[in-house]
Design a protein around this ligand. Structure first.
Ligand code: NAP
Length: 411
């Protein structure tokens, strides 16, 4: 059974959610299934090396393992013990590798369960280009965005019933009797809830991020022209929140035109809005015009993967799921089971998620060291098989060797 760590100190949060991070915080990690242990074994020394280099021993991460997935099944008989959730809450910040979701067993995804139980409502995916990585577009270097995707609502809320089920039939009859709405016979049905509270807490984080980092804009991406009372309401509530809570730090794109001669006032974040389908064109054609993106669940799912493809794929895409009581950083790819134990896959995604985590702790110097070292490593043509097979003259290395190369390129 997993033990509560004794060596480090706990991160704490005040009533407003502001974190207090000791120099020796306890940080929980879930290795993950399949290739998870391979990427974690490569990533952890990189994170430790960056912290040591940045703070000369004044700060140190105190890792402790949280059980989940196959490993947990073996040791506790449960895929996600309550103790694991309790410890994530206790440590406030955790990092995880990918976990298997068995197909066709009726078992719920552990990733989804972690997000739901801890109410990790913001799925955050930064997307940037590392020179040298093969990309399908001519100017991948123009992409530098961070997607804030709402994580708990929308058609992903899990409120749906199968075609022909008694629930679907009953729901269909209810729509007919109450609203005189007729659905095609035997429709499967789903519900798309989007709430003011769910929207505002997500947009609040997105705007705060832009302000804290001095970024130029936050774009609300929605399909409100068609789905007026869900996606359209997301747009409306997003603008409302900007006015209610950040009036002195934000300006709308429309105000920039009407009141500021087309130039955003110094120090203000421009709140933009785009219809989702148009946004997919915009990020391909004029990516430099977008910075922070805030969007409902389904749009955000598609957009973050499409953006990751623009800069060379999911292998290097980091991510985090953040709520008011905890933040879980994670590799965005799956368990890549056919490579498990072969020390072969790319650990870049979990390493960059670790850099995001350091940034979240306020340890920005260490995070920057990692990003720069990855840039240099790839710039030197050193890469795992997935990238090397597309890079001219690359030196292909294994998972752990890639991690070591990153440490060697830290300066
Ligand atoms: P996957 O594990 O992401 O693997 C699909 C392919 O993507 C791999 O065969 C490999 O391509 C490439 N790939 C993935 N990770 C890589 C890495 N680190 N380095 C290099 N290449 C990488 O997707 P999947 O096969 O659909 O899913 C497998 C399991 O993972 C499922 O049980 C699924 O539920 C789970 N999953 C978990 C998460 C999560 O925990 N957040 C997310 C997604 C999926 P090549 O074969 O071309 O080399």
């Amino acid at each position: 059974m997993q033990e509560t760590p004794m060596s480090g100190e706990w991160i704490t949060q005040d009533a407003q959610g502001a974190m207090s991070v000791p120099p020796n915080p306890n940080i929980g990690f879930i290795e993950g299934d399949g290739s998870g242990p391979d990427i974690w074994a490569a990533a952890r020394p990189v994170l430790d090396a960056a912290v040591l280099k940045a703070y000369g021993g004044q700060k140190k991460l105190h890792w402790f393992e949280l059980l989940a997935g196959a490993r947990s099944m073996k040791e506790t008989g449960e895929p996600l013990p309550a103790k694991t959730i309790e410890l994530i809450r206790k440590c406030v910040v955790a990092i995880k590798g990918p976990l298997t979701t068995p197909v066709g067993t009726g078992m719920r995804s552990l990733n989804v369960t972690i997000r739901r139980v801890l109410d990790l409502y913001a799925c955050i995916r930064p997307v940037r280009y590392f020179p040298g990585i093969p990309s399908p577009v001519r100017h991948p270097e123009r992409v530098n965005m961070i997607v804030y995707r709402e994580n708990t609502e929308d058609v992903y809320a899990g409120i749906e019933w199968e075609s022909g089920s008694p629930e679907a039939e009953r729901f269909t009859r209810f729509l007919l009797d109450t609203f005189n709405v007729t659905l095609p016979a035997k429709s499967g049905v789903g519900v798309k809830p989007i709430s003011p509270g769910g929207t505002k807490r997500l947009v609040r984080r997105a705007i705060a991020h832009a302000i804290n980092r001095g970024l130029p804009s936050v774009t609300l991406v929605h399909k409100g022209n068609i789905m007026k009372y869900t996606e359209g309401a997301f747009r409306k509530w997003g603008f409302e929140l900007a006015k209610e809570e950040f009036a002195d730090r934000t300006v709308t794109e429309e105000e920039v035109q009407s009141a500021h001669g087309g130039k955003a006032p110094e120090g203000k974040v421009v709140i933009k809005e785009r219809i989702a389908d148009s946004m997919f064109q915009q990020v391909l054609l004029r990516p430099e015009e977008y910075s922070v993106i805030a969007t409902p669940n389904l749009n955000g799912d598609y957009l973050s993967d499409a953006l990751a493809a623009q800069v060379g794929g999911l292998g290097m895409a980091p991510g985090a799921n953040i709520g008011d009581e905890a933040a879980v950083f994670e590799a965005t790819h799956g368990t890549a089971p056919k490579y498990a134990g072969l020390d072969k896959v790319n650990p870049g995604s979990v390493i960059l998620s670790g850099a995001m985590m350091l940034d979240h702790l306020g340890w920005v110097e260490a995070a920057k060291l990692i990003e720069e070292a990855i840039e240099r490593t790839i710039g030197a043509g050193i890469a795992t098989y997935d990238l090397a097979r597309q890079m001219k003259g690359a030196k292909e290395v294994g998972c752990s060797a890639f991690g070591r190369a990153i440490i060697d390129h830290m300066s």
